[in-house]
Design a protein around this ligand. Structure first.
Ligand SMILES: [Zn+2]
Length: 302
């Protein structure tokens, strides 16, 4: 058995804790959760996180190690240590890492949920053995994380891997971030559903659009073709800069089969600064365990 790693995944509705043996990730040693109850506010969330740590101690009979990994919604601003861009809004502007270190008297290793996803898939999941891995969240929003040699790349602004707000050629739809034509406004789930509604006149959810396309429905086929081309343009820009060995595609839209086809790879090559694409596009392997496993793996940081 390897040294056990402890991780917490702070979500909008639940706080999950794990004790992980990284040599046998398929069998978490202990795993449990509490409700976040975010409307009760920041101090309550701190108490719930501490509660999950105490619950893990009590079920395992172990003492929490001196390093604890925590995955968060939103990112930490490196210049101030405050959380930002979290949809659990009471966390924004709060120094969560410092407050947890005081409360738990442990060193806290913190990263956002996209980075935890990327780290888990790179070290325990789909891209084990690859040196440079990009993990994408392609769902209600579009985010991502970069893992190099098993370490999360945080970046000078804490935004490494955030490809969702790069601009796309010819796109003008306003984005919540204040700009127009971001990747997220074209290929996030709600954006695909909006495009389908504008062309077909009816509202369908992404899985239903995929089913309709399989039945040959023209508007659904157009919507998925748009996904292919916009995804290809967006991800080629990432590959031109990062040149990863593997890209793991998580999130609801990440389930759409066309993202993994040879035809899509040929479209990516049209935007790529290289005649052929060798980067592997992979489905995630860890399912909803990636967040909490990635949080635990943060404590492996050098
Ligand atoms: Zn944006």
């Amino acid at each position: 058995m390897s040294e056990l790693l402890w991780g917490i995944d702070l979500g909008g509705t639940k706080i999950e804790g794990v004790i992980l043996d990284p040599s046998r990730p398929e069998a978490a040693v202990h795993r449990l959760r509490r409700e976040t109850q975010a409307p009760k506010g920041y101090d309550f969330i701190l108490a719930q996180i501490e509660g999950v740590v105490r619950d893990l101690e009590s079920v395992s009979g172990l003492v929490c190690p001196p390093r604890l990994g925590v995955g968060t919604p939103g990112a930490m601003e490196p210049s101030t240590g405050a959380l930002k861009n979290s949809n659990t809004t009471c966390l924004n502007g709060r120094p969560l890492k410092g407050d947890l270190e005081c409360r738990l008297t442990r060193e806290i290793f913190m990263a956002n949920d996209a980075n935890c996803f990327a780290l888990a898939e790179a070290t325990l999941g789909a891209a084990v053995g690859d040196q440079v891995v990009m993990g994408l969240i392609l769902g209600t929003g579009v985010g991502g994380g970069i893992v190099i040699n098993g370490q999360v790349l945080q970046g000078a602004h804490g935004i490494a891997g955030e490809w969702g707000h790069n601009p796309l050629m010819g796109e003008t739809h306003p984005c919540y971030c204040g700009r127009k034509g971001c990747v997220e406004t074209a290929i996030a789930g709600p954006s695909l559903e909006r495009f389908y509604q504008e062309t077909a006149g009816a509202r369908l959810r992404v899985p239903d659009i995929v089913r309709a396309a399989a039945d040959g429905e023209a508007h659904a086929l157009t919507t998925l073709d748009r996904l292919r081309w916009k995804f290809a343009e967006a991800i080629a820009a990432v590959i031109n800069i990062l040149d990863p060995d593997a890209i793991v595609i998580g999130g609801g839209v990440g389930n759409v089969e066309i993202l993994y086809t040879e035809e899509t790879r040929r479209v990516i090559e049209r935007f790529l600064f290289h005649p052929t694409l060798s980067t592997r596009l992979l489905r995630p392997q860890l399912g909803d365990s990636a967040g909490v496993f990635g949080a635990a793996m943060l404590t492996n940081a050098r």
